[in-house]
Write a protein that binds this ligand. Structure first.
Ligand SMILES: Nc1ncnc2c1ncn2[C@@H]1O[C@H](COP(=O)(O)OP(=O)(O)OP(=O)(O)O)[C@@H](O)[C@H]1O
Ligand SMILES: [Mg+2]
Length: 395
């Protein structure tokens, strides 16, 4: 619905214009005012898409009104069509200089007026869209500045952490060599060593963000990667959470690192455990799926091809539409009170995107959630033929 304000000191003219407009443009709400001073207040308080303004009015002429309208941030973008009784070139020129959009001569021809109104409304719609896009771009700029700052801080912390972890790894290796295998501390030392190595791998990923991959053809078997992550996950989740995973032993491989799969699983399973309030079952599954152009709307943006679909399902609280729209935004969390930082899923989506894949989420309040990661299956033959293109697609 478009709001149009008609300002004319003649009530009959307002009446005639309203009739002409509402007969031909259904999506309009016309308000008429005879006092320009009150009209100025009105445009400040209500959003108007167009002002139709009489030039000759006793209290304040159209030029004075236009000057006031264009001088204020809130009202300066409202298109104005001036009504002029005389063919006064000087007035028209002045009004155009002040920012009037168009003119209609009095007495106005209804058809001509409606055409000019439609043009002005089109301009108003474009202006609204531009403003919306500008606001969005400003938000994105702020977000990316925050991300850049977070990246700098994370890199600094990761660098120091890396040095500390290498001390731990070095000392544990030394200890492990010195202890005999039967020594009671031997198993603990090995556990410390393997956790520290895993942590060092994660830290290295942070340090490598933004760097081109050294080995684009690093392929893994996701099934094996999940197998090796499960022990780690069991240690991280409460024992009241069961993990169900049957490795289907698929032969296909994907171009990823084991650590990336572990990080995806870790974040999704922690979220699932939170959603089930620490009690329930997480189902991890793996299937293959071919995507072609006939696939449902949702999957159409994906590149056609063969994908490994790696899903994590829970029977937790689920999500409504509003939450679902924002879950991949950095810092979006509904768990502020429980210390959530809203970073987990943005990391997951970044990893999956870097692997050339995408994520499909299905969830409803109280009906649980299923996160399905579609990761392109590595095609060794195609990779050998189109090495350059493949390297680019892996980013
Ligand atoms: N399995 C799930 N069930 C219900 N809601 C979920 C699930 N996974 C994610 N969410 C919603 O998405 C939001 C964002 O998740 P994300 O992992 O990015 O951040 P977080 O878990 O809040 O914090 P953290 O940075 O510690 O991971 C969560 O706060 C939650 O509202
Ligand atoms: Mg999380």
């Amino acid at each position: 619905m478009h709001n149009i304000l008609i300002i004319d000191d003649e009530p009959n003219i307002i009446k005639g214009l309203k009739r002409a407009i509402s007969n031909q443009i259904e999506t309009c709400r016309c308000v008429g005012m005879t006092a320009p001073a009150e009209a100025i207040e009105e445009v400040r308080n209500t959003k108007y898409d167009l002002v139709i303004l009489d030039y000759r009015m006793p209290e304040m002429d159209g030029i004075e009104f236009l000057t006031m309208l264009k001088a204020q941030d809130l009202t300066q973008n409202i298109p104005v069509i001036m009504l002029t009784a005389i063919d006064d070139i000087q007035t028209r020129r002045l009004a155009l200089q002040l920012g009037a959009y168009d003119f209609v001569s009095k007495p106005a021809d209804a058809d001509e007026l409606v055409i000019r109104i439609r043009n002005a409304l089109r301009l108003s719609i474009h202006q609204d869209e531009l403003e919306k896009q500008n606001r969005k771009l400003e938000e994105q700029l702020i977000q990316s500045q925050k991300m850049e700052m977070t990246g700098i801080l994370a890199r600094g912390a990761a660098h120091d952490l890396n040095n500390l972890l290498h001390n731990i790894i070095g000392l544990s290796e030394l200890e492990s060599l010195q202890d005999s295998e039967n020594h009671p501390a031997h198993a603990n030392t090995d556990a410390i060593l393997s956790s520290a190595e895993h942590a060092a791998d994660l830290v290295k990923q942070i340090l490598d963000i933004g760097k081109p991959p050294k080995d684009a053809n690093n392929t893994i078997d996701i099934g094996k990667a999940v197998d090796s992550s499960i022990d780690f996950l069991r240690a991280a989740l409460p024992s009241s959470i069961r993990i169900k995973w049957e490795n289907p032993n698929l032969k296909s491989t994907v171009s990823a690192k084991e650590n990336q799969i572990r990080q995806i699983l870790y974040n999704l399973c922690l979220n699932a455990a939170d959603a089930m309030e620490g009690n329930g079952e997480i189902l991890i599954s793996l299937t293959e799926r071919k995507i072609d152009l006939k696939d449902p709307e949702k999957l159409r943006d994906a590149r056609p091809g063969n994908y490994l679909v790696f899903s994590v399902a829970d029977s937790g609280c689920g999500m409504d539409k509003n939450v679902l729209e924002s879950i991949f935004d950095v810092y979006y969390t509904t768990k502020e009170s429980k210390g959530g930082s809203g970073i987990g899923l943005s990391v997951v989506s970044r990893i999956v995107e870097n692997l050339g894949g995408f994520i499909d989420v299905k969830s409803k309040p109280e009906e649980g959630s299923v996160f399905s990661m579609y990761i392109p299956i590595f095609d060794r033959v195609a990779a050998n033929h189109t090495q350059a293109a493949h390297t680019v697609s892996l980013k």
